[in-house]
Design a protein around this ligand. Structure first.
Ligand code: T3D
Length: 264
């Protein structure tokens, strides 16, 4: 039997997905997309899961699209339909992550290139090993940043950095990625798993629904005016105010005890 392209492991409320094509630096094939999509759907529907971690097997995180995947092969001698591959695989993946009801952490253990880099940047947190790096590899093969890169990069690091990273395709070491605010943290390689676990457990104990709503409200506010952002906050806060976690949070505060959050 062939080995799974996505390994799934639970550590209490934290579910870890490991991209498992290490000899090709975990680059995406259609089959790996399929397994990941099914796994993320299941995690989204499972109330026991309160935080998701995504990482890569071996020395790389993800080298983007597998450039040898038959799906990339030109149709009957013509050019491959790259746009169709994005519509079929990368758009659903990016949206799935953005709509997860729990926080998603990319634990970047090695190189993250092309769609592999932007797949990580689309997660709520990116924690990278000091030896890891980020490469907007697209320009080197005549493409533009995809998997959300054109939207994410300028919003995270500003237009000048976005253009620089995207046009040069230069390798950005993890330490530099943290310095320019592209990622949450760069940590020593030996500390990567423990630091990620600590963050994941902390997030898992927090009110998931409020964390997912925080992501939504910040994304919605990004292109909005100040007044519109205030209205978005009123709407989202109104919904959260009617949820059990808010009542629990206030009660726990009043009784000086630790809260137990359940909403998702
Ligand atoms: O249809 C569509 O294309 C739509 C979607 C596009 C999204 C994209 O992601 S486009 C960008 C695709 N990715 C790339 O262009 C990155 C290609 N890889 C590299 O530039 C380098 O491998 C890295 C800079 C990431 C790492 O370099 P290095 O020196 O550490 O490793 P390596 O020796 O190049 O790679 C190790 C193995 O992984 C090697 O296989 P081998 O020779 O040992 O059998 C290499 O061929 C393989 N590999 C790396 N990246 C890919 C790959 N195989 C298939 N596809 C890859 N993307």
């Amino acid at each position: 039997m062939s080995e799974s392209l996505i390994l799934i492991a639970d550590d209490g409320p934290v579910r870890t997905f490991t991209l498992n094509r290490p000899t090709a630096l975990n680059s995406f094939t259609g089959a790996m997309h399929g397994e990941l999509r099914i796994g993320l759907e299941a995690a989204a529907a499972d109330a026991r899961v309160r935080c998701v971690v995504i990482t890569g097997a071996g020395r790389g995180f993800c080298a983007g699209q597998d450039l040898n995947d038959p799906e990339m092969a030109p149709a009957e001698g013509g050019a491959p339909d790259v746009g169709a591959v994005i519509d079929r695989h990368y758009k659903p993946l990016a949206l799935r992550i953005r709509r997860m009801p729990v926080p998603v952490i990319a634990m970047v253990n090695g190189v993250a290139a092309g769609a592999g880099a932007n797949f990580a940047l689309g997660c709520d947190f990116v924690i990278a090993a000091r030896s890891a790096s980020f490469i907007q590899a697209f320009s080197k093969i005549g493409l533009i940043p995809d998997c959300g890169g054109t939207w994410l990069l300028p919003r995270i690091v500003g237009r000048a950095m976005a253009i620089g990273l995207a046009m040069t395709g230069d390798k950005l070491p993890a330490e530099e990625a943290q310095r320019i605010g592209l990622i949450w943290r760069c940590v020593d390689d030996a500390a990567l798993k423990e630091e990620t676990r600590a963050l994941a457990m902390k997030l898992a104990a927090m009110p998931s629904a409020a964390l997912a709503a925080t992501r939504l409200a910040i994304d919605e506010a990004m292109p909005a005016t100040y007044a519109e952002a205030l209205s978005i906050e009123a709407r989202v806060q109104g919904q959260l105010g009617r949820c059990g976690d808010f009542a629990e949070g206030v009660q726990a505060f009043q009784h000086k005890r630790a809260p137990v959050f359940r909403d998702r």
